[in-house]
Design a protein around this ligand. Structure first.
Ligand code: A3P
Length: 305
């Protein structure tokens, strides 16, 4: 099946999710040809759930001893340039990319929006690790709508909130439905917590320092007592903060390989912004949908800070 995306291009229903037509070939190349190494770290996210933030955090934590502190590459490059998307970038125009060239630092740190079920088997079968982030669907919806509102085909009217809501409710957006995607990673992380670290945007917002310590531990590079005393954890949190990254020159001017201006990845960075947009009727429908879909999974979302 095929559907129009929110911006006028097409989505194909592929392996149970809505795949943007522009990346379908790249997704297939990635699935067919990517060979994971045991040391690989994959940042996997649902779009608009904190990908940019998680890339910055993982990059800074994993490689913190590979550059001088005041030369963190995040001061010069955007998080999406440093941790590249497999399907949106690396495999986009090249079915056989030279991954040794793509990954400047070691171990390799790469990213994807693919659902767990669609990941190449070598990722699942190797000792590679996955860091996943999701977010409450109400904020994710508003973040997505605001993001796409600016990116649409200029000859088309941007999708109204009502129209977008209808598509969102039915799971029709890139990599949707959200619930299937998130539950896929949730279940896999429950079965194998050493392989998948499951994070939520709201939790990171509430206590970034503890989550950074957990992340470092999960990645196999725990912060030493000396580092903790020197305030390294707080420094990483600060450099990766919304307020800081938004003001870095490249993030104010640069353009991602997919044509998206870097500014598009920094909007408000808040929990609960949905309350400024959604009608009570929309909220009620989404709350019911969350309840129905999350059912007895044990996964819950904080809707406000
Ligand atoms: P809002 O649109 O609600 O502001 P993604 O990176 O997955 O595309 O998600 C984008 C969302 O994360 C946007 O949310 C954006 O503002 C927010 N964001 C980007 N960088 C962030 C950071 N360093 N800290 C917290 N939120 C961030």
């Amino acid at each position: 099946p095929k559907e129009k995306s929110w911006t006028g291009s097409n989505f194909y229903f592929y392996q149970g999710f809505w795949c943007p037509s522009i990346v379908l070939r790249a997704v297939i190349s990635f699935q067919k040809h990517f060979q994971a190494c045991d040391s690989d770290i994959i940042v996997s996210t649902f779009p608009k759930c904190g990908t940019t933030w998680l890339k910055a955090l993982t990059f800074s934590t994993l490689y913190r001893n590979q550059f001088a502190w005041d030369e963190n590459p995040l001061l010069t490059f955007g998080p999406h340039q440093l941790v590249r998307f497999l399907e949106y970038d690396i495999y986009l125009n090249n079915p056989f990319p030279d991954l040794q060239n793509v990954c400047v630092y070691q171990p390799r740190l790469l990213s994807t929006h693919l659902p767990y079920a669609s990941l190449p088997t070598s990722i699942k079968d190797s000792n590679s690790k996955i860091v996943f982030i999701c977010r409450n669907p109400l904020d994710m919806f508003i973040s997505l709508w605001s993001f796409l509102y600016k990116l649409g085909d200029e000859s088309l009217e941007p999708l109204s909130l009502d129209e977008a809501f209808d598509k969102f409710y039915h799971g029709i957006y890139a990599y949707g439905p959200f619930f299937d995607h998130v539950l896929g990673y949730w279940k896999a992380s429950q079965e194998n917590p050493n392989k998948i670290l499951f994070l939520k945007y709201e939790d990171l917002k509430e206590d970034i320092n503890s989550h950074l310590k957990n992340l470092a531990m999960f990645l196999g590079v725990p912060f030493t007592d000396d580092e903790k005393k020197q305030g390294v954890v707080e420094e990483i949190a600060k450099i990766c903060s919304f307020e800081n990254l938004k003001e870095v020159e490249v993030n104010k001017k640069g353009v991602h390989i997919s044509g998206i201006p870097h500014t598009g990845f920094f909007r408000k960075g808040k929990v609960g912004d949905w309350s400024n947009y959604l009608t009570p009727f929309m909220v009620e429908r989404l709350e019911k949908l969350i309840q129905e879909k999350m059912d007895s999974s044990g996964l819950t979302f904080n809707l406000s800070s």
